[in-house]
Design a protein around this ligand. Sequence first.
Ligand SMILES: [Zn+2]
Length: 164
Amino acid sequence: MRIFTNLLVAVVAIGLLGCISVAAPAQKAQQKYEITHTLAEWHKLLSPQAFYVLRESGTERSFTGKLLDVHDKGTFVCAGCGQKLFRSETKFESGTGWPSFYAPIKAKAVDQIEDDSDGMVRTEVKCSKCGGHLGHVFDDGPKPTGLRYCMNSVAMKFTPDAKK
Ligand SMILES: [Zn+2]
């Protein structure tokens, strides 16, 4: 009987944990962001390509983005809300065809969410201010972090540093 009770507790616990892990991403998706617009407003504010990536979690075709070959010193900002996301010093050539960085400008600039769409488990990267989809982060990047933030050009804009 004791064993049966323990087993029952374990089953219930697994069931509960299962619910929690399923419920968490949904709660995250409903998270309130500092900057919000209706889809119609976003349509007006963004180019069709930027809307597809930022608001519909699309991915631009590799080697097509305008920011891929930007090597000037400056800051990459969110194309949706202008939040500063990445610095040029952390950009590296990943060979993937998407602009890649080993770290965001600060941890709070991005939200990282588990994403199991398209039959893969990946970590989605969103702008923490407007919730815009930026890309994904992988753990095969260079030192010092070992991370590769694989971003969409169209989800960002580049602001060069002022020339001294
Ligand atoms: Zn944003």
